[in-house]
Design a binder for this molecule. Structure first.
Ligand SMILES: [Zn+2]
Length: 305
């Protein structure tokens, strides 16, 4: 394991670290159009991507993640960019690395492929080997570009997450965080993945697969549900937990997507997340550097208590 990755995990034994906020919605604000490939901006709009990383570091993020959420061959293939998989991931890692201050870290973002396993009838079309090869290829390229650890994220069902964790670990040896997307099933007041997995089951499965940090990100419930999910996971595990929820629900206003939680309102939801036992907090879709600055203040207050 690279020394920085080791140091990152060691620090979590005694302190809460702050992750970054949204990349995708920031790119849309900067002019990325629907249907365009966000990872291509690692080449065509390097300054934009770099400046977003810098803004998060300046807002007190202890680590940021690369602009490579859709960087698997399967995903990039949908844009006709499959043969640029290695290059776009290496570039993404280098951009974040180039602005990472000493004592802070870079996580390689790995999102779902958007495909289902061929064992899922009738929609599945992808073999375990193909999933594995996709995640291995992306992980190796991100490691080549200099990431310290990985953020396997927004996973919709455990099978794909487990293969991603294994592929990353076996090909790089770097620490792996893995977080899943949960929906709040309001009628039953419970949180489940789209395929019905509970937070408790997810924590057990992902830790068993070898993840160093487990949790939830994105989702429709904002900080309130993130606290409930972390509490459920904490009930079955004393492992390291992470959450980075969306800034509330999106709505369309004048052709633009607006998220309902401004920075102060969002930050007000973080003390219960820390009470529930989260070791890392950040924010997902709709959040900005200002959101991160506010929630970092909440974390800092706890640190000095
Ligand atoms: Zn999100």
């Amino acid at each position: 394991m690279e020394p920085r990755g080791k140091e990152f995990l060691a620090r979590l034994q005694s302190e809460v670290l702050v992750f970054d906020g949204a990349m995708g919605t920031m790119l849309f604000e900067a002019g990325l159009v629907d249907g365009a490939c966000p990872e291509l901006w690692n080449e065509t709009h390097r300054d934009v991507v770099r400046n977003i990383h810098t803004a998060y570091f300046n807002a007190s993020s202890d680590f940021v993640e690369t602009n490579t959420f859709g960087g698997t061959r399967l995903k990039l293939g949908a844009y006709g960019l499959a043969d640029r998989t290695r290059e776009l991931n290496v570039l993404g890692a280098r951009l974040a690395r180039s602005v990472c201050p000493p004592g802070k870290y870079v996580a390689g973002s790995i999102g779902p492929t958007g495909h289902l396993p061929d064992t899922f009838e009738p929609l599945g079309d992808t073999s375990e080997e193909e999933f594995y090869a996709n995640f291995r290829e992306q992980a190796l390229a991100l490691a080549e570009g200099g990431v310290d650890l990985f953020a396997v994220e927004t996973m919709m069902y455990p099978e794909e997450a487990v293969i991603a964790i294994r592929a990353v670990r076996e090909s790089t040896g770097l620490p792996v965080m893995c977080s899943m997307f949960f929906q709040w099933e309001k009628d039953q007041n419970r949180d489940r993945t789209m395929w019905g997995t509970s937070p408790e089951e997810a924590a057990r499965i992902l830790f068993e697969a070898g993840a160093d940090v487990v949790g939830c990100n994105c989702g429709d419930g904002g900080p309130g549900r993130a606290a409930a999910i972390i509490q459920a996971m904490r009930g079955v595990s004393d492992g390291l937990l992470i959450t980075y929820p969306n800034a509330g629900l999106p709505r369309i206003q004048g052709g633009r997507t607006i998220y309902e939680l401004p920075p102060d309102e969002m930050a007000a939801g973080y003390p219960p997340i820390l009470d529930a036992g989260a070791n890392i907090v950040g924010a997902c879709c709709g959040s900005t550097p200002t959101h991160i600055a506010r929630l970092a203040e909440v974390v800092r207050k706890r640190r000095t208590k």
